[in-house]
Design a protein around this ligand. Structure first.
Ligand code: TXA
Ligand code: MG
Length: 317
């Protein structure tokens, strides 16, 4: 799908301080050389992202971690061995080579090694860590295909089209404290997975308090209203609405129905959710209604995304 030549072109763009959209296993990222503040500033401009919202730095090898971070905690290497490459971001004390613009002035930096061969090849070819937020306008729904990226970011210098992503929602973000780990954003690596390595200890580290998506009520806002069935007082007119279904129950009367999962499978629901929302944004439904999923395991991350997507529309009820 992506040739070696395309990877090398993209790597050159990164070295020239330009922006490259690339697939990770979670969502597409909008990447720049993490060590070049002039390149990183372009990410904030293109996304229209406020400068107080820090970026995740992507690496391809464990050796890339050491220069970026100050403390070398054995627990980090244990987590890395188990979950990297994979959808886990670890927030760590940063070294001075990481520009302040990447971390919004915080003393910490979020790092992850993505489990996508194109992403890993790009980082390796550029021989630079790559700072990349999701490749969407700030606050909007993350892209899971190259087409979704094109829809929102029309002026990006280069896009590596690796097809649809395989996880579908953004990485789990954690931070370590003396007693264990704290979750800053839920994802498909769930608390129980992490507890096999470290105790869960939900204590915020005041040093790096940030307005993270995990902490704001509204984010991932679709271009059309989204309501959660059973959690809204909106009178739904099915003939004008699109339905995002989880269970196998047949629903009737909706203008459009997408079976986000066909067999009540949370993992499958996560993979397909953002693509379903992007589809509904383009279709002629006026608003969307999502069937809630059970809040266990990955369901916690899914309901977090759905509630944030629904938040501002529920206020308007
Ligand atoms: O799956 C993902 O994580 C995707 C792919 C592209 O890797 N990236 C992603 O990036 O979702 P973004 O920018 O949309 O979300 C990153 C979030 C920030 O909004 C912030 O909440 C948190 O990561 N973050 C980054 N650095 C942090 C830090 N030093 N302390 C606390 N939170 C941090
Ligand atoms: Mg994002």
């Amino acid at each position: 799908m992506v040739t070696r030549d395309e990877i090398l072109i993209a790597a050159n763009f990164i070295l020239e301080g330009k922006l490259v959209a690339f697939p990770t296993e979670t969502v597409y990222g909008l990447g720049a050389n993490a060590l070049d503040p002039d390149a990183v500033v372009k990410i904030f401009e293109m996304k229209e992202r406020p400068s107080f919202d820090p970026l995740i730095v992507h690496i391809a090898h464990l050796d890339d971690l050491e220069p970026l971070t100050k403390e070398h905690d054995d627990r980090v290497y244990e987590l890395a061995r188990r979950f990297w490459p994979g959808p886990l971001t670890i927030v760590l004390p940063k070294n001075s080579i990481v520009p302040d613009i990447v971390t919004s002035g915080l003393p910490t930096v979020g790092i992850r090694m993505p489990a996508n061969p194109i992403a890993l090849e790009l980082i390796s070819a550029a021989q630079r860590p790559i700072a990349a937020p999701s490749a969407n306008k700030f606050g909007r729904v993350s892209p899971t295909t190259a087409q979704h990226v094109r829809k929102q970011l029309k002026t990006v210098d280069y896009i590596l089209d690796g097809g649809p992503t395989t996880v579908g929602i953004e990485s789990t973000i954690i931070q370590l404290n003396q007693k264990g780990f704290n979750i800053l954003r839920n994802g498909v690596i769930v608390r129980e997975d992490l507890e096999k390595v470290l105790p869960y200890h939900p204590e915020y580290n005041n040093e790096s308090t940030v307005i993270a998506p995990g902490m704001v009520k509204s984010h991932y806002s679709p271009a059309k209203p989204l309501y959660i069935a059973g959690e809204t007082s909106k009178e739904i007119d099915r003939t004008r609405a699109g339905f995002l279904s989880f269970s196998e129950a047949e629903v009737s009367g909706y203008k459009e129905v997408i079976k986000v999962s066909r067999h009540k499978d949370l993992k499958e629901y996560a993979v397909n959710l953002f693509a379903a929302i992007h589809y509904m944004e383009e279709s002629d439904v006026e608003y969307m209604v999502a069937e809630p999923v059970p809040e266990i395991g990955i369901g916690i991350a899914i309901m977090d995304r759905l509630r944030k997507a629904a938040y501002r529309y529920n206020l308007a009820d």
